[in-house]
Design a protein around this ligand. Structure first.
Ligand code: ADP
Ligand code: MG
Length: 327
């Protein structure tokens, strides 16, 4: 049986990760990490966030170790994207039910592979025994005053989302036995649930354009409502404009099933953000040039609350399974 120290050394130290950042003076192995701020502190601010994933709560217990690791880091990367931050360092607090080395190897391989894509270094953590739980604290940087927040949307701003909406919720519904998916779309949809793409590149671009931003973890309406409530404004979005994948559309045609998944389903980790009307043209040109997929779905208004129109008629959002403050 490997000891806690063996596990840390074998699966989580720099010997298994190729990443070594110049601003990490001392990484894993001492009582704490030492990070050099010299290149950062003059003009940059540190952005920090933590997210915890519990087996059976945030992912089905049968999820593969590769997917668990990917998602645990990806949801944290998504918080960096939503702030417009460039990710840099992370810590990993992991609670393990046993010392399954094949599981640990697969988990750490997947974790470092995603971390390396973003030039991120694991700088420390904690390893304990108990029911499987993964908590990652992520740190990133933004130029001073450039972070994207939720409380700064303005009336007449345009509302956008990235990627497509509802795929993760559809995959989850199928996993929970609520619907059957076409075979040709299961791997695409499962991947959207287990391996959400962190929109880091878009987040960096939005620093120059967006008036507010959030990542969609709880559902489009619930998360847009965080922007409108915090900004003391309201919003109307047009259901027909919400981007849906061809895989989503090929599985569902019944509006009564589609609407709750799109408006209230969570886990997509796409960005929802607002662009001032006078920046819209430049923004659209910029995303086109960078081949980033975004869609204009509505407008910010002075009337508080979030409304969604379908066929020019308001959808009764409460009736779609949407729950305030539950997510
Ligand atoms: P301490 O008793 O001081 O908390 P630990 O024995 O918990 O130290 O950890 C030893 C070193 O290993 C520390 O540098 C810690 O940050 C690191 N570490 C522990 N668990 C992990 C992990 N899961 N991932 C990365 N680093 C870890
Ligand atoms: Mg410790």
């Amino acid at each position: 049986m490997p000891s806690e120290f063996d596990i840390i050394r074998q699966y989580f130290t720099s010997s298994v990760s190729s990443q070594s950042r110049a601003d990490v003076v001392l990484g894993i192995g001492d009582d704490a990490a030492i990070l050099d701020m010299a290149d950062h502190h003059q003009h940059e601010q540190l952005v920090q966030s933590v997210d915890t994933l519990i087996a059976g709560v945030h992912f089905p217990v049968e999820t593969s170790p590769e997917d668990i690791a990917y998602k645990a880091l990806a949801v944290n990367l998504s918080d960096m994207a939503a702030m417009g931050a460039q990710p840099a360092w992370f810590t990993l607090a992991i609670t393990l039910p046993d010392d399954n080395e094949a599981w640990l190897k697969a988990f750490s391989g997947s974790l470092f592979s995603l971390a390396n894509e973003y030039n991120m270094q694991l700088i420390g953590g904690d390893t304990t025994h108990g029911p499987l739980c993964i908590s990652i604290t992520i740190n990133g940087f933004v130029p001073a005053g450039k972070a994207l927040t939720r409380n700064t949307a303005q009336v007449t701003d345009k509302i956008y989302v990235s990627g497509t909406i509802g795929d993760a919720a559809l995959a989850l519904a199928s996993m929970q036995g609520q619907c059957l998916l076409r075979e040709d779309s299961t791997s695409y949809l499962d991947n959207k649930l287990n391996r959400p793409a962190a929109r880091i590149g878009l987040g960096l671009l939005l620093r120059d354009f967006a008036s507010s931003c959030i990542d969609i973890s709880d559902g489009l309406i619930a998360d847009l409502e965080h922007i409108t409530d915090n900004s003391n404004v309201g919003a109307t979005i047009i259901f027909e404009k919400i981007p849906l994948s061809k895989e989503f559309n090929s599985n569902l045609t019944d509006e009564t099933l589609i609407i709750p998944l799109v408006l209230s389903g969570g886990d997509d980790y796409e960005l929802c953000f607002t662009i001032p009307a006078n920046k819209q043209v430049d923004f659209e040109n910029s995303v086109k040039e960078k081949k980033i997929s975004v869609t204009h779905i509505g407008e910010i208004e002075s009337k508080t609350g979030v409304r969604c129109l379908l066929n020019n008629t308001g959808i009764d959002i409460q009736a779609t399974g949407y729950k305030h403050f539950v997510g």
